[in-house]
Design a protein around this ligand. Structure first.
Ligand SMILES: Cc1cc2nc3c(=O)[nH]c(=O)nc-3n(C[C@H](O)[C@H](O)[C@H](O)COP(=O)(O)OP(=O)(O)OC[C@H]3O[C@@H](n4cnc5c(N)ncnc54)[C@H](O)[C@@H]3O)c2cc1C
Length: 497
């Protein structure tokens, strides 16, 4: 067994921003500063015992508690209830000091809620280990990523939550629940995607695997102008490659004709296992994270986790972005892809009033090929986690159990709030139009607007999940307005009225 603990460890004091009574209000922002709230305070426990004590003290007062990772979301999952908007105090909690880590002989790894991917992945690598898959960046806290179903690509690759085989979760009363694949497999399926509402995850155990190398190929291909044929082609690429990320098509705003114009070239980024270990160079330039160029062919080789995800320095785009990512059974890809794209394309008239004369400048643009709309298609193997956007619970018997995702990014001109809000409204329209038709499930931490009725269609086990939510959180301390509305947590609604 290998053990680590933060060298500062117990030297940290719990940090509690005190207000006049006293507390200092704490303003929270997400990564792109378009989601914000003001909490009564910010609590950063020095260790687990401090956290338990704090939560126990707050239980009788029904204080609202919002555990956060690194705020790399597009929606309202991490939004606290504003101080003064209810008769309760409201705290943001960061577990950043919970940094113990132990590696066991069976390649399981147990670590505290403070580990971010940017530290965790190199630590695993130093010990000859990797995780099965990652998203395109390593910016997230591990729990922040896993608990929302963060995923990469690959028809035989699952989201991060499926790496988890055990959890220690603190409920609102301050009691620790131990949940494991071995002893409580159903509970684990409920808690793996808990989106901050089922308690505070203080520790996770994941099943790691031996290090491997991947070859990553980026290849630009011209797609047909005809959108139906284009999406048939994209679906064929999805069939052909096991692990592929398809970047494009795009929509560009033509300032002369004042309309959106499709750009149908695609960049295929695909990964293959390799024995070649001579040149670990994939982090240098990765078009899938808005940083490297996407308009050229090249190959690189690296450790698996570095070939599929880049470090935080890879956040090259610094402006606003409205983004959703929708998951649906792969069988629907050709039709859903075509219909989504045609719907986006048909919005020119509505966009005209918002197109100002200040396109994104060099340097703020990142690696985006379009100032306007970029589409990315990825693939993911389904699972049986209750609130997983790729749960197989409502699929027909003959379904493959593999999902495709469409990620749409609308990119406004720099700091253009009006356009950002317009795009966010536009994003809302896709689920009502396509949701039921294509069995669409939205990413939990991108723009998500479904209501409880829709949630119960795509998450057949939601009522059982809500029962656990009530047991873990009888006073709605882990719930915010967004969760109450999108999941239909009736008993908590009155808090937000
Ligand atoms: C630039 C960018 C690239 C991205 N790329 C991808 C990608 O490739 N694939 C993909 O699927 N997604 C991607 N995402 C989305 C991102 O992975 C998720 O939004 C992820 O949840 C963010 O992690 P975080 O640590 O910032 O969590 P936060 O946004 O801070 O929190 C997410 C949720 O986790 C909960 N939480 C955090 N810590 C705890 C805890 N200890 N206990 C209980 N609940 C907790 C919070 O309450 C919240 O509900 C990307 C986002 C951005 C901004």
């Amino acid at each position: 067994m290998v053990g680590f603990s933060s060298s500062l460890g117990t030297a940290f004091l719990s940090l509690l921003a005190l207000n006049g009574l006293g507390a200092l209000a704490h303003r929270w922002f997400n990564w792109q500063f378009d989601i914000t709230c003001e909490a009564t305070g910010y609590f950063v426990p020095g260790n687990e015992a401090d956290l338990v004590e704090f939560v126990r003290t707050q239980y009788p007062q029904k204080t609202l508690l919002k555990p956060v990772g690194n705020g790399h979301g597009f929606g309202n999952l991490t939004t606290c209830v504003n101080d003064g908007e209810s008769n309760r105090d409201s705290y943001i909690l960061s577990l950043t000091n919970l940094k113990h880590l132990e590696i066991f002989e069976n390649k399981t790894v147990t670590f505290g809620g403070g580990w971010d991917l940017i530290d965790l992945i190199p630590t695993l690598e130093e010990n000859g280990l990797q995780v099965a898959n990652l998203g395109s960046e390593m910016v997230q806290n591990y729990i922040g990523a896993a608990t929302t179903g963060t995923h990469g690509t690959g028809k035989q690759h699952q989201n991060l939550a499926n790496q988890i085989i055990g959890l220690r979760v603190l409920n609102a009363k301050g009691d620790i629940h131990i949940i494991s694949q071995e002893h409580t497999p159903d509970l684990l399926k409920a808690h793996r995607i808990g989106i901050g509402a089922l308690g505070i995850v203080v520790e996770v155990t994941l099943q790691a695997e031996p290090l491997s190398f991947l070859k990553r190929t980026s290849k630009v291909v011209e797609g047909p102008q005809d959108i139906t044929k284009l999406y048939e082609m994209i679906a064929e690429y999805g069939d052909k490659y096991e692990q592929v990320n398809i970047i494009g098509p795009n929509l560009d705003w033509n300032v002369t004709t004042e309309e959106l114009v499709p750009r149908t070239s695609l960049t295929l980024v695909y990964w293959e296992e390799t024995d070649y270990t001579g040149a670990p160079n994939c982090s240098v330039d990765f078009c899938a994270n808005d940083c490297g160029r996407c308009d050229r062919d090249y190959v690189c080789y690296d450790y698996n986790n570095y070939a599929i995800a880049t470090p935080p320095a890879g956040i090259c785009y610094r402006g606003f972005m409205g983004q959703f990512e929708h998951f649906f059974p792969i069988e629907n890809l050709a039709e859903a892809g075509r219909d989504y794209f045609n719907y986006a394309l048909s919005q020119s008239d509505r966009m005209k009033p918002y197109q100002l004369d200040n396109p994104i400048e060099e340097g703020l643009h990142g690696g985006y090929l379009s100032d306007d709309v970029t589409v990315i298609t990825r693939f993911i193997k389904g699972d049986d986690n209750w609130l997983s956007p790729v749960n197989k619970d409502n699929l027909p018997a003959n379904a493959s159990g593999i999902f495709a995702t469409l990620e749409y990014s609308w990119i406004p001109s720099y700091n253009n709030y009006t356009l950002q809000w317009f795009y966010q409204d536009l994003l809302k329209e896709f689920i009502p139009v396509f949701g039921e038709k294509y069995n669409v499930r939205p990413h939990w931490n991108k723009m998500l607007f479904n209501n409880e009725t829709y949630a119960s269609t795509i998450y057949p086990k939601i009522n059982s999940w809500l029962d656990i939510q009530e047991q873990m959180d009888p006073h709605c301390q882990f719930v915010n307005e967004f969760l109450a509305e999108s999941l239909g947590i009736e008993r908590c609604m009155s808090l937000f009225q």
